[in-house]
Write a protein that binds this ligand. Structure first.
Ligand code: MBD
Ligand code: FE
Length: 265
């Protein structure tokens, strides 16, 4: 006896296999190439790169299937940790005492697509550091460095202090990076800050903010950049302002207003 078949799963898997078989015929894939593909998949799994490989080549297309009204979505990527610390206002993303990089005050609002401010919305933020490394995945401690959860105030506003991340290069030592290299492709993503926004009654929005002028905006290896998600931080160096804020260096500020789609009932 088998369980009752899952109709959606059956349909998807049948179609996917049919597409792959068609591709194998058209490309006259050899047995040796097939064996190499199996070996490659084993290596990807052994090195823990299944999420990386999938997200590099396929996630942006999946995201575009769902893209509708409100702020455009972007990929979650392989480096989301979920249980990041819940921060208290004034918000500062967890940072090392010698955290490199320019200070960024990122502020904005969370509204519904019809413009109503969403107070108490959850804003989960994670990013690489100013050298392109993610805590936990690229360096072990502190585990939640540059990751945190905040919420909007009663007017739907938030402000968080962080640092400007740098572009991210997919590690060359692993099978995903090696594959890109053999394909003659660079392995860079433009600098980005990941956000995941939640509010009861609204669809969760996972997206990313990018930086104007980034050299990789038009050739993101993951193909996930949307121009509506590009911010242009402004530099502040007024000594009185810096003194008031207790900053020993100039800082940047940027604002982004997010719009969430109401959940269909
Ligand atoms: C990343 O940092 C990322 O966000 C994605 C989508 C893929 C690889 C690395
Ligand atoms: Fe990322």
């Amino acid at each position: 006896m088998t369980d009752r078949p899952d109709a959606r799963l059956t349909h998807i898997f049948d179609d996917m296999v049919a597409s792959l078989r068609q591709f194998i015929r058209e490309r006259r894939v050899t047995h040796e190439e097939y064996r190499r593909a199996v070996g490659f998949m084993c290596e990807v799994a052994e090195r823990g790169e299944v999420p990386l490989l999938m997200d590099v080549f396929l996630e942006a297309t999946v995201v575009d299937n769902a893209d509708k009204a409100g702020t455009e979505m972007s990929v979650e990527g392989p480096y989301y940790l979920g249980a990041a610390p819940v921060l208290a206002a004034p918000y500062v993303l967890p940072q090392r005492s010698d955290e490199p990089g320019e200070i960024l005050m990122l502020s904005g609002t969370v509204r519904s697509t019809d413009g109503v401010a969403l107070g108490g919305a959850g804003v989960d933020v994670w990013q690489s550091d100013a050298r392109g490394a993610y805590s936990h995945f690229n360096y072990p401690e502190p585990r939640y460095n540059l990751r945190g959860r905040l919420s909007t105030d009663d007017k739907g506003r938030f402000e968080v202090r962080t640092v400007i991340p740098s572009p991210y290069e997919i590690p060359k030592q692993g099978p995903t990076g090696a594959l890109l290299n053999k394909m003659g492709r660079h392995a860079f993503r433009p600098a980005h800050i990941h956000t995941r926004l939640t509010a009861p009654g609204f669809e969760t929005l996972t997206t990313q903010l990018y930086f104007a002028g980034d050299p990789w905006l038009d050739s993101d290896v993951v193909g996930a950049v949307k121009h509506s998600l590009v911010i242009a931080p402004v530099r502040h160096d007024d000594p009185a302002d810096l003194r008031d804020r207790g900053f020993a260096q100039p800082y940047y500020s940027a604002t982004y207003d997010f719009a969430l789609r109401p959940m269909l009932r």
